[in-house]
Design a protein around this ligand. Structure first.
Ligand code: DX5
Ligand code: ZN
Length: 216
């Protein structure tokens, strides 16, 4: 378990003014950015790929945490690293061999995360837990921002935290000021927050409130 961190997701950003959004998030105190890559196949929604990651990379030094919601994560792993990703998270449901996937990504020299949707069995994660830097417990079904937090994530976080005191744990989906404290209490380190920041009219105030809730 490490110092807790809120990672704004740009999924709900104004994509017509991504530079402005990047500046506002930086000014608001963001310490890393979570980038949701969707392929319209693994999830029924499309977002962006390498060009946007690369463009953000040229304009910020913040760590880029890239969440691959795509059917063939290994096909795009090296291009995403070239584009500037600092961490690549693949979905366990998307690969045949999660251990090999984790090793392939680690060999590219970036941190590796493995994500799991609420409806997938945690058994799938077991083999690769010793081969990843982070586990991303989805607290909504991957695909869209603005969904309600699924409490199944809390028991999953608690159970992983008990068994792996040092594993980095991230939660993503439906996190806001009113529930982030219980996500923290379950053992989460990295809190992905989309709409509760990007749909507020004061990003700095929103991030401060979230940070206040998770302060030890
Ligand atoms: C959902 C994405 C999330 C999303 C979270 O598939 O992985 O990162 O942006 O958005 P909120 O915080 O609005 O649930
Ligand atoms: Zn995400």
């Amino acid at each position: 378990e490490s110092t807790p961190m809120v990672l704004p997701s740009v999924l709900n950003a104004d994509f017509g003014d991504l530079g402005g959004e990047l500046q506002r998030l930086t000014d608001a105190g963001a310490r890393a950015l979570h980038l949701d890559v969707m392929d319209g196949h693994f999830v029924p929604n499309l977002t962006f790929g390498m060009p946007i990651v690369e463009g953000l990379r040229r304009h910020t030094d913040l760590p880029l945490d890239v969440h691959l919601m795509i059917s063939d994560p290994l096909r795009y792993a090296a291009p995403m690293v070239d584009a500037g990703a600092d961490m690549l998270t693949f979905h366990v449901e998307a690969v045949d061999d999660p251990v090999a996937a984790a090793q392939t990504i680690a060999d590219l020299g970036v941190a590796v995360g493995v994500a799991i949707n609420p409806d997938a069995s945690m058994d799938q994660l077991e083999p690769c837990l010793d081969h990843v830097d982070m586990v991303l417990i989805m607290s909504v079904q991957a695909g869209f921002g603005g969904q309600a937090f699924n409490p199944i994530a809390l028991e999953r976080l608690r159970s992983l935290r008990n068994r792996y005191p040092d594993l980095l744990l991230e939660a993503d989906g439906g996190i806001k000021a009113s529930n982030i404290a219980e996500v923290r209490a379950a053992g989460c380190d990295c809190f992905v927050v989309g709409s509760a920041i990007l749909k507020s009219d004061d990003y700095g105030k929103a991030i401060d409130e979230l940070n206040d809730q998770i302060a030890a």
